[in-house]
Design a protein around this ligand. Structure first.
Ligand SMILES: Cc1cc2nc3c(=O)[nH]c(=O)nc-3n(C[C@H](O)[C@H](O)[C@H](O)COP(=O)(O)OP(=O)(O)OC[C@H]3O[C@@H](n4cnc5c(N)ncnc54)[C@H](O)[C@@H]3O)c2cc1C
Length: 384
């Protein structure tokens, strides 16, 4: 295992740092953020890992890690604004899209001109996504879609949805799934926002009632939807940038513990809290070392698989633990509603304590990660 970057990679790091120093928005104004987005796009750092032929940056794995790493350390705004488009729609289009589809969709994703949402989960198909039932029947040059999706983040603000539908009930459940790219203003689509526990509504139920989708909007072959979805998620996954986010949160948490009092003394002096903070610190370091291991494997050209579940599990549990620790450190002020003026740091910790579902459930629940680790890494039997 070699943790050193090459001189060329270090030169790239220096370039990124210089860019950040020159361009990082200072006051977070709209103009500053727009200027930042324009500058990172000109640098081809939006879609940095995508091939240059589709307008991406053609960046290698180590460079991707350096870029994310430096951006996370500087608390920089995101690289690009079409979040799901950049996370998986673009990578899926790059691998499975026709030339027409690439030309039609990728530039708008890179330029942040559209938002995409993701129509995978259904009321009875979440963890077991391959059991999805949203029905899709071909009728000449069109598909007709009927069914329901749920937990569709930002559905109400998106122009497009990447949709998984069932085109066949024969064979294995994975084989009958097809991926479609559907305009959200198609007749027959109804979006009903769902309120979450922190009071906002960022996701929705989406209903499809005889929605017509041109066959030319199918991504990949009919029945290939599962493969399209899985492969789009398999790009850089070292989790190094998540580690920086957690290190930053822990540093802020230690500072909070020095400022808040428990039994008349700084909370940082409480042995129980100190032990939990130390345990979180050690866990983040374990996550960082695992991340370096994944990176080394990727640089050797190896594909990552189930091993990334270890860091997903660490991250999910750490996000919950840091939120809970922060509320305990604040003592009786902890449970107060965010925004109340007696809550430290503008209610940032209250928000963190309530926002864990995004990280914990979003990419597969901890139970599912544990199943993967048990069965695929430790080789334990499915049924004991
Ligand atoms: C903030 C947020 C944003 C989301 N955004 C989107 C989105 O944009 N698009 C989208 O399609 N989906 C989205 N989701 C949905 C998310 O993918 C699902 O919630 C997730 O896959 C879990 O599915 P579920 O909610 O149906 O829970 P279930 O799968 O019903 O699980 C319920 C409980 O049972 C446990 N469980 C399930 N199966 C097993 C098993 N085999 N072994 C052990 N335990 C098990 C789970 O761990 C969980 O605790 C979002 C979710 C959240 C929280």
């Amino acid at each position: 295992m070699d943790f050193d970057f090459t001189p060329q990679e270090e030169a790239f790091r220096a370039e990124v740092r210089d860019f950040i120093e020159e361009n990082l928005p200072m006051n977070g104004t709209l103009q500053e953020i727009q200027a930042w987005q324009k500058a990172v796009r000109e640098k081809r750092w939006v879609g940095f890992s995508w091939p240059e032929s589709v307008g991406g940056g053609g960046g290698g794995i180590a460079q991707q890690v350096i870029l994310k790493d430096e951006m996370a350390k500087a608390h920089a705004p995101p690289l690009g604004t079409c979040f799901m488009g950049l996370a998986w729609v673009g990578p899926a289009l790059t691998e499975y899209g026709t030339d027409e589809q690439k030309q039609a969709f990728i530039p708008d994703i890179l330029d942040g001109k559209v938002q995409w949402c993701t129509g995978y989960s259904e009321p009875d198909s979440g963890s077991d996504l391959a059991s999805l039932k949203c029905r899709c029947v071909r009728d000449g040059d069109e598909y007709i879609v009927n069914g329901q999706k749920i937990w569709t983040s930002i559905a109400m603000w998106s122009q497009w949805i990447i949709l998984l539908v069932r085109t066949s009930g024969d064979g294995s459940k994975h084989d009958g799934i097809t991926c479609l790219l559907v305009p959200m203003d198609s007749p027959g689509i109804t979006v009903r926002p769902i309120k979450n526990m922190s009071g906002g509504a960022i996701f929705a139920e989406v209903f499809f009632d005889d929605v017509k989708v041109p066959v030319s909007n199918r991504l990949g072959d009919e029945g290939q939807g599962w493969k399209v979805t899985v492969s789009a998620l398999a790009h850089e996954r070292s989790s190094i940038s998540e580690v920086h986010g957690l290190q930053r949160s822990l540093a802020d948490l230690k500072d909070l513990a020095r400022r808040c009092k428990k039994n008349g003394r700084p909370a940082a002096e409480d042995p129980g809290l100190r032990a939990r903070i130390a345990r979180a610190d050690a866990r983040i370091e374990a996550m960082r070392l695992n991340g370096m291991r994944y990176l080394t494997a990727q640089l050797r050209g190896e594909k990552l698989g189930s091993e990334t579940s270890v860091n997903k599990l660490h991250r999910a549990e750490l996000e919950v633990e840091l939120g809970e620790l922060a509320l305990e450190i604040q003592g009786s002020r902890g449970p107060l509603a965010m925004g109340a003026d007696v809550v430290p740091d503008d209610g940032k910790w209250q928000r963190m304590a309530l926002s864990w579902p995004e990280v914990v459930i979003g990419g597969g629940t901890p139970n599912i990660q544990r199943n993967i680790i048990a069965e695929r890494i430790l080789g334990l039997p499915k049924d004991l």
